[in-house]
Ligand binder design. Structure first.
Ligand code: GAL
Length: 692
């Protein structure tokens, strides 16, 4: 048995330093370049303030050119050069992309799609998470690396594989089928239990032997929904199991070196249940790329916030983001002035103690040659490299006191639940237009617009400690969760739930007696039939907002329930749209339609008011500036003021010592002149906690 995961372990700096410092760097792929470039790389890294790189992520083919041939010479040299340059290494296990000799000898490691097509080599991550043959070869490589570099002084952390599940989360192969059956046996023990959970009385699906069960491959019509949900759970677990297998090899060889892997808490990446994975790593690491659109910055903040909470408030590692354009969007826009630093610092604001990019030097060849890097094709004489160097200095010098500080929890939170995400977006539902993460993001945007801090927390963390908790589309609610939320509200908490919440249990069976099922009594409303809206249709509310996507014919079952807004058009005109029921010492509100970030603002403002939660920002800054707070071991608070707009903003009334940023104009009553935030700018203040 290996020791239990020890959350809270951080990089092992080669110089033995224990005073917290920000890590700064990138994925480094020296194998793409001749030796003479390596020396220039080290010199430029030092100039930019780089103190860590992730190495060997896609190096399997170079490290093991044939089954029994190894070539570590080049990696030894790169590790030594980096160490001599004072740069630590987050060493990858190199298993992300199996080499051609392996897939030629063992095509049975290649994933298979739901329609039975083989996912061929030619790109990367073409391996089955459940393949015993792949695992045997991969762990052999991990063992060889772990043994060779165990004592290397540059080794600061291990980086398992890369973005597990980025391309291979769902595999429908025979290996997957076998592993799925084993997973189901462990979950249900008996076929009767499985038949009940899967509702196999429907469409003559009753199983009489576990061997009859398959992954949800291409079927004639809608595959069984619980089979689909379980396959999602299984697929996340299968990769988690693989992560553990690599980690065990690493822990055996180097118990003192922390192990991590880069999560993808971003956009619509939803296959991996990171709330369930977070305890498997010594520190949480995340990759984030900006999703273009009107909520781009909000989405970045949302992802960073959720990552910080997956890390339990402790520092986490931003393993990848981009200095400028990516290569995988339909149109890849360069970042505008200020965005490189603003995007990085927004992650830091939410607890990141490491800021790293994909990648160090922009590739000259390969699928990512148009993806930005710290050193672009143009070379070091470029605006990108100058911005990179400025950011390196900022992290190493000005912001140094904030390193190691923890996220300060907010008073409000948005619950985020992977199982509700999976279950609410399955097929054969009232609408195919529902987007779980979008609804959660809309609420978060409304908080930002009101200038009120809110945490994004995994649902399993529970609502306790928060004055107000929003549960957007909390679709899958077990009886235990329903009880927990009821206890929370009755104990003085303020719960807000939306449409399509409380509808099914853990088996994806509908709670009976009327919607919102498990939350009906708590919310004090009952709905007999859903009334989703077709794309392009909307409904007016009497508070001046507009609902889309969904409506409910809401019946109030507790007369104490307050009406916060009614429908004002269509068949539901005059009926409740937003309600709030006093529940014990707290309350439970229900929002029955999609209001979007703008429409949620007046509703949220009222709910916050009733819960006694206000903005910590001065009125002129609300909506234009995001505030995130970290707290140091000495009790000092670090206020990150992030300009969300493309115009300069002045923030009056914030006392404290500026670590970065400037003040303008006359001092106010508190003795402090307004803080000036340039367009997309960030200021960081150190404040005595007593300042409040
Ligand atoms: C990530 C991946 C990197 C690189 C990057 C490009 O998904 O881990 O290797 O491909 O995207 O944005």
């Amino acid at each position: 048995m290996s020791p239990a995961p020890s959350p809270g372990r951080w990089l092992r700096w080669p110089d033995g330093a224990t005073t917290p410092r920000f890590a700064y760097g990138a994925d480094y792929n020296p194998e793409q370049w001749p030796r003479e470039v390596w020396r220039e790389d080290i010199a430029l890294m030092r100039e930019a303030g780089v103190n860590i790189v992730s190495l060997a992520i896609f190096s399997w083919a170079r490290l093991q050119p044939a089954e029994d041939a190894w070539d570590f010479g080049w990696l030894d040299e790169a590790m030594d050069l980096l160490h001599a340059g004072g740069i630590a290494v987050d060493l990858a296990t190199a298993t992300a992309s199996p080499p051609p000799w392996l897939t030629t000898a063992h095509p049975e490691i290649l994933p298979v799609t739901a329609t039975g097509e083989t996912v061929w080599p030619g790109a990367r991550q073409h391996w089955r998470p459940t393949s015993p043959v792949f695992r045997e070869h991969a762990l052999r490589l991990v063992t060889a690396l772990a043994e060779r570099y165990a004592g290397h002084p540059a080794l600061a952390a291990w980086h398992v594989s890369n973005e597990l599940g980025c391309h291979n989360i769902y595999d429908y192969s025979d290996d997957a089928a076998r592993a799925f059956r084993a997973w189901l046996r462990a979950r249900y023990e008996t076929l009767d239990a499985l038949n009940h959970a899967w509702g196999t009385a429907f469409w003559s699906q009753r199983y009489t032997d576990f061997e009859q069960i398959l992954p949800p491959r291409l079927a004639a019509s809608h595959p069984n929904p619980t089979q689909q949900l379980d396959f999602k759970r299984f697929s996340s677990d299968a990769l988690k199991d693989y992560l553990r297998a690599e980690r065990e090899v690493l822990r055996r060889a180097t118990p003192e070196v922390p192990v991590t892997t880069n999560f993808m808490v971003m956009g619509e990446t939803k296959g991996m249940n990171y709330a369930d994975w977070a305890a498997e790593v010594d520190f949480v690491a995340n990759d984030h790329y900006v999703v273009p659109g009107p909520q781009a910055v909000d989405e970045l903040s949302f992802s960073a916030n959720l990552t910080g909470n997956l890390a339990g408030g402790r520092p986490w590692f931003l393993m990848e983001h981009s200095t400028s354009a990516v290569n995988w969007q339909p149109v890849n826009r360069a970042k505008r002035p200020g965005e490189l630093a603003r995007d990085s610092l927004l992650h830091v604001a939410h607890g990141a103690d490491a800021v790293c990019f994909f990648q160090w030097r922009q590739s000259a060849a390969g699928a990512e040659k148009y993806h930005s890097a710290m050193v672009p094709h143009a070379g070091a004489d470029s605006e990108v490299f100058r911005s990179v160097t400025r950011l390196g200095r900022l992290l190493a010098d000005d912001l140094a006191p904030a390193a190691g500080s923890a996220r300060q929890p907010a008073r409000a939170a948005v619950l985020f639940d992977w199982e509700s995400w999976w279950a609410s977006e399955q097929d054969s539902h009232p609408t195919s237009l529902l987007r779980y993460r979008q609804e959660a993001l809309d609420w978060y945007s409304a908080f930002l617009a009101l200038g009120v801090r809110a945490d994004v927390i995994p649902a399993g963390a529970g609502p306790d400690g928060y004055d107000l908790v929003v549960a957007p589309v909390l679709h899958l609610v077990t009886s235990a969760l329903a009880k927990e939320l009821t206890r929370y509200a009755e104990g003085g908490g303020h719960l807000v739930a939306t449409y399509f919440s409380g509808i099914v249990d853990e088996h994806d069976h509908a709670w009976l007696g009327g919607y919102p099922g498990a939350l009906r009594e708590l919310l004090g409303v009952r709905v007999e039939e859903f009334a989703p809206l077709p794309d392009g249709e909307s409904v007016a509310l009497d508070n001046g907002t507009t609902g889309t996507l969904w409506t409910d014919r809401v019946e109030v079952i507790d007369p104490a329930t307050e009406m916060l807004a009614r429908y004002a058009s269509g068949d539901l005109a005059g009926r409740p749209a937003v309600t709030r029921r006093p529940a014990g010492a707290g309350s439970a509100a229900y929002v029955s339609t999609r209001l979007g970030p703008g429409g949620l603002q007046p509703v949220l403002a009222r709910l916050l008011d009733a819960a006694g939660v206000g903005s910590e920002l001065p009125a002129p800054a609300r909506g234009r500036v995001e505030l995130a707070v970290r707290v140091g071991a000495d009790g000092a608070a670090y206020w990150f003021l992030v300009n969300r707009t493309d115009e300069p903003v002045e923030v009056p009334g914030v006392a404290g010592e500026l670590l970065t940023g400037s003040r303008v104009g006359e001092a106010g009553a508190d003795g402090a002149a307004p803080v000036l935030l340039e367009a997309r700018g960030v200021a960081v203040l150190r404040r005595d906690q007593a300042m409040g």
